[in-house]
Design a protein around this ligand. Structure first.
Ligand code: GDP
Ligand code: IMO
Ligand code: MG
Length: 431
């Protein structure tokens, strides 16, 4: 069997969590391969809404194995809170959740470094979620980091203290004020206490060599879905650098983030919204700063699942989507949240970028750093509610036209259409 991949094609928050949960019955194992608690994946079913940060979105299916892979970074305090919330909802993560020993730890001081670095950038700030993502991945790459498996070592506390002292030297060089030295409103020593309590709390979640577990599972014919976090345009290499996250969010990241070879990758589900959003700073060619943008935000409840920040909204961006399809080798598209535009008379679609007199079909190296004039094609809206449809054939013709138009533009089938936040508001089309 191959490992199928599900990931975001835009700037995150496409609805990956919902679709992973919907597709979980088709798989035996769901595995996260990158990112950390900067992610916020929302699931809605049985009148309940749940946001996951580090844990894969298959966790509510007790018979399915969920793995936090080696490419993920973990804040034990945040993971402990997530696990406690799952238990309140009747889940038993000690039975179906496993963590890679190679997954790196986010220390409290990584979060302080994030605070001071962002503050020092002033207007050029990235708009980080301030969960310590950049600093923790930096330590991984510079070979200074601590990993989940290290927690079991006798001298773990010494290693922790050494790294913390290194971090404090960095932090002090910024001369931070008191506000920047707080984590979730707490001074370092208090957050650190919760962090160590978190480590103890998650001790009953088994640590494994997940790369071996996953490869053996492939050989045994188990079906595996790799769940991405963030989105292609936030990828460390191909996103809108430097306004990106610090991991490989694209399908290539699955190989290093789970320890599988490229020939083991099967389908790649590319998830995108029928419009576009971005949270944090950086280029966003189709952003709408007008009433239409506000309507998308209000109708789509576009406020961050992790930080609560209002998301920037705009029309769908086909050049960026084409680029994302190319980078990921997408085989199946998944279209989310078209219902948000139910009342719109016209819907804008960006087909190309215009910079001065030049036309671009893709976001190349220079393109996104210039003043882009998006070429917008207006298509008619369907002006009726999509939320109760479960059947492709019965959907309004104007909506079907929109779907076909996107399929044609991206030369790929849209295999799943989501028309509301709930599990049951999903149309699976076997094209
Ligand atoms: P993720 O990070 O990609 O998992 O996405 P988020 O959970 O951060 O953001 C997606 C938001 O849209 C969540 O609040 C979902 O409940 C909601 N959502 C998902 N699919 C749909 C949909 O088809 N229609 C509507 N209206 N909301 C949706
Ligand atoms: P999910 O998985 C949307 C954005 C931040 C910021 C940039 C860098 O829910 O789609 P970081 O905390 O990684 O240093 O932030 O990336 N960002 C996300 N935006 N959805 C996410 O995750 C994101 N994770 C990070 O807003 O612009
Ligand atoms: Mg999200």
């Amino acid at each position: 069997m191959k490992v199928d991949v599900l990931l975001g094609l835009q700037w995150g928050d496409e609805g990956k969590g919902k679709i992973t949960d919907v597709l979980t019955p088709e798989y035996d194992i769901i595995a996260r391969f990158q990112g950390g608690p900067n992610a916020g994946h929302t699931l809605e079913f049985n009148g309940m809404k749940h946001v996951l940060h580090t844990i894969p979105s298959g966790i509510f299916h007790p018979e399915k194995v969920n793995i936090i892979g080696n490419g993920v970074i973990i804040d034990p305090r945040i993971l402990a809170k997530e696990i406690a919330q799952l238990r309140e909802r009747g889940a038993k993560p000690e039975k179906n959740l496993f963590i890679s020993k190679r997954a790196h730890l986010i220390l409290p001081t990584h979060r302080l470094i994030d605070n001071v670095c962002e503050a020092s950038k002033g207007k050029a700030k990235i708009g980080s979620t301030l969960k310590g993502i950049g600093p923790a991945y930096t330590d991984k790459v510079s070979r200074n980091g601590l990993r989940m498996g290290d927690v079991l070592l006798k001298d773990f506390r010494d290693r922790y203290e050494n790294l913390k002292q290194d971090h404090l030297r960095i932090i002090n060089s910024y001369n931070p004020d008191k506000a920047l030295m707080a984590i979730e409103g707490l001074p370092l020593e208090e957050y650190e206490k919760l962090w160590f309590e978190g480590l103890e709390y998650i001790a009953d979640i088994e640590l494994i060599d997940s790369e071996i577990f996953i490869n053996q599972s492939i050989q045994e014919g188990k079906r595996i879905l790799a769940e991405g976090a963030q989105g292609t345009m936030l990828d460390i290499d191909f996103g809108t650098y430097p306004f990106v996250t610090s991991s490989s969010t694209i399908s290539a990241g699955v190989c290093s983030g789970l320890g599988i070879s490229p020939d083991k990758v099967g389908k790649v589900f590319g998830v995108f919204k029928a419009y576009c959003t971005r949270v944090g700073s950086g280029p966003f060619p189709t952003e709408l700063l007008d009433e239409t943008g506000s309507r998308l935000r209000e109708n789509g409840k576009e406020f961050g699942s992790t930080t609560g920040r209002p998301r920037r909204c705009g029309w769908i961006d086909l050049p960026a989507l084409k680029y994302a399809v190319m980078l990921n080798g997408v085989t199946d598209l998944v279209m989310m949240k078209a219902d948000v535009m139910d009342e719109f008379q016209h819907i804008g679609v960006c087909t190309q970028y215009k910079v001065g007199e030049k036309i671009y079909d893709f976001p190349g190296y220079e393109t996104l750093n210039q003043e882009i004039d998006p070429v917008i094609l207006e298509v008619p809206g369907w002006e009726s509610s999509l939320q109760n449809f479960t059947n492709w054939e019965k959907l309004p013709e104007k909506f079907r036209h929109y779907v076909r138009f996107i399929e044609k533009s991206l030369s790929l089938p849209i295999s799943v259409i989501s028309v509301g936040p709930r599990r049951d508001q999903t149309i699976v089309r076997l094209v």
